[in-house]
Ligand binder design. Structure first.
Ligand code: SF4
Length: 387
């Protein structure tokens, strides 16, 4: 087979971590579940892309930077609205502090979100560098933002991502790289090293070529490990975790279950979309119920039956009802029997007694006694009309 797509730092890392996982993601195209930390990282990167993407000085204002976070906010993958709001606030705090720290030394970078495509010994490789600046001596400074809570600082000496960026920038831009930086946003700390020695670049080249050869040879055996499998979204497809899932070369995936099912990646994607849609519906239902209760409370307190938003009209509908607590039902029956009316309702059910109360022929003392035993339930239906 051919490579399904050019390699990148993340796809090489994924293959090294677990070849079977690589196959599920890039060949069978089964999407992983959205993760809040990816959404948060993406939102922060896009806000900084806006900040450094200006064509001329001055730098955007603090308010503009914070607004760009709101505009570019990616909200998938969060556990709930509370967690999302916490992260949004955290993002604003970080960017606010970042602005104070760096507005003084703001310079327009050489490149922001620099996309590269190169060929490494015949293997197509692609990627994106967060920021490239020009050092005073004319060499390039490569910077990669990190948004995780902690950054393992010692990895900067060996991290293959920075080595790949050095290789790509020197290949594509024809200038030597002088500095490689991981910028840890939560702590506002840059961690920089000089350019990688040639031996390290050569090692990366071998890794790229070796990974490409293994993929083309369809070597996709699972590689279980505590750290990889614990958070893996693909357990239901994985032969290590599911006896129903096949693992042979070139087989298309079957779903989980008692027997092999003709599940393809389109179906798997639809199943996930369906599940996600139901979750969103449940979330929307919860939100609508809360908002409805709040509207009803205001309408009640103000005595309104109808009110308007900018796009919708709302109207209280339904009729007032009477409901009897369990403890009062016997008394109601007694009252009705004494009045010779029990047969008309058979039981003190709300709707039937409602009719009796509405009947002008019902004795007024009986009506008052029944009202006293029951509890009024206000109309709580809302009719929403698009304006
Ligand atoms: S569960 Fe483990 S072995 Fe299976 S695909 Fe995921 S990472 Fe690989």
């Amino acid at each position: 087979m051919d490579l399904p797509r050019p390699l990148s730092h993340s796809s090489i890392s994924l293959y090294q971590e677990c070849p079977f996982k690589y196959r599920l993601k890039y060949i069978d195209k089964i999407p992983e579940k959205p993760k809040y930390f990816f959404s948060f990282g993406q939102s922060m990167h896009m806000a900084l892309e806006f900040f450094y993407g200006v064509k001329a000085l001055p730098a955007p204002s603090r308010a503009e930077l914070l607004h760009s976070l709101k505009e570019h906010w990616v909200s998938v993958g969060y556990r709930d609205k509370v967690q999302e709001a916490e992260y949004f606030q955290q993002g604003k705090d970080i960017l606010g502090r970042y602005y104070e720290e760096h507005v003084g030394d703001f310079r327009i970078p050489l490149y922001v979100e620099y996309n590269f495509q190169m060929t490494v010994d015949g293997v197509p490789v692609t990627g994106k560098v967060d920021r490239i600046d020009r050092l005073e001596d004319g060499r390039l400074a490569i910077l990669d933002y990190k948004t995780g809570k902690k950054l393992a600082v010692d990895r900067i000496e060996t991290d293959a991502q920075l080595t790949m960026y050095q290789l790509a920038c020197e290949d594509q831009l024809g200038a030597e790289v002088g500095q490689l930086t991981f910028y840890h946003l939560p702590s506002l700390k840059p961690h920089s090293v000089g350019r990688r020695p040639e031996a390290q670049v050569a090692e990366l080249r071998r890794k790229i070529v070796g990974t490409a050869a293994a993929i083309v040879a369809e070597r996709f055996d699972p590689k279980p490990s505590e750290s990889s499998c614990r958070w893996c979204d693909y357990k239901t497809y994985c032969p290590i975790f599911s006896s129903a899932a096949p693992s042979g070369k070139g087989e298309h995936l079957a779903g989980r279950g008692d027997g092999p099912l003709p599940v393809d990646s389109d179906l798997a994607a639809l199943i996930d979309r369906y599940g996600d849609s139901l979750s969103r519906l449940a979330e929307a239902d919860r939100e609508a119920a809360q908002v409805k209760a709040a509207i009803l409370a205001i309408l009640r307190s103000k005595g309104y039956v109808r009110a308007f938003g900018a796009r919708y009209e709302i109207q209280r509908s339904g009729t007032e009802k009477i409901e009897f607590p369990e403890g009062n039902k016997k008394k109601v029956i007694r009252l009705l029997k004494d009045a010779g009316l029990y047969e008309r309702v058979q039981a003190p059910s709300g709707p039937l007694i409602q009719k009796l109360l509405a009947d002008p022929g019902t004795d007024s003392d009986l009506r008052a006694a029944l009202r006293e035993l029951g509890a009024r339930v206000e109309p709580c239906d809302l009719k929403v009309t698009s304006l």
